[in-house]
Design a protein around this ligand. Structure first.
Ligand code: COA
Length: 181
């Protein structure tokens, strides 16, 4: 496990619809869900306000985030890290980059949701300043024990200062790829 607050050394690449099949090939473990498969993600990316970032670590697909901006609101639709790459700061790096991107597109509030039983996501979102603003009862039909699981809804204000590409003292940006050290 990485040190608390750690941001992974990973490259972030903005995905276009045409990139999705290759990304799905690199992150096979993630694109297996009935909701989040390559066809569905490709379709969503073709819609207004949607964007996706793919994280690569050591040259391999490691995770991705899919988000949608509408007017001054952003919704993080999907955030997932390849199981063998978890707890290295990649989820945090993807979330922060998506929020910066959304702020740059004019969003001033971000929303996301997580299953009430998803301790990893809830800890990540709480640590990144999200506050709970709702609960959707029996929202997830495929909960592990067979009973529908509740979803918790979170929100966070986005600062105009979050605008622009991901930055750190050692970051660089070339051809749509950003390396965060
Ligand atoms: C949630 C998820 C995206 C986190 O990605 P990650 O790269 O492992 O997360 P990070 O390493 O960036 O961790 C950031 C913070 O999240 C929290 N966290 C992450 N995994 C955790 C776990 N297993 N248990 C408790 N806290 C956890 C911690 O607060 C961590 O900060 P710290 O390392 O400074 O303690 C990942 O677990 C995942 O892909 N899960 C399956 C898909 C999913 O649930 N997506 C989100 C809900 S839709």
């Amino acid at each position: 496990m990485a040190a608390p607050g750690h941001l992974a050394a990973c490259e972030l690449q903005e995905l276009r619809t045409a990139d999705v099949p290759a990304a799905a090939g690199q992150c096979r473990e993630l694109f297996v869900d009935a909701t989040w498969n390559a066809a569905a993600v490709g379709r969503m990316l073709g819609g207004p306000g949607c964007f996706a970032l793919l994280a690569r670590a050591a040259g391999q697909g490691a995770g991705l985030v899919l988000a949608r901006v509408a007017a001054d609101e952003c919704e993080i639709l999907w955030l997932a890290v390849v199981p063998t790459r978890r707890r290295n700061g990649i989820g945090r790096a993807l979330l922060r980059a998506a929020l910066r991107r959304a702020a740059g597109l004019g969003a001033r509030t971000a929303y996301l949701e997580a299953a009430a039983a998803n301790r990893a996501a809830i800890a990540l979102y709480g640590g990144e300043g999200f506050q709970r603003c709702g609960r959707r009862v029996a929202y997830y039909q495929g909960a592990r024990d067979g009973a529908p699981g509740d979803a918790l809804v979170y929100k966070r204000a986005l600062e105009p200062g979050e605008e622009g590409p991901p930055q750190s003292s050692e970051s660089r940006r070339t051809n749509g790829q950003t390396k965060i050290s």
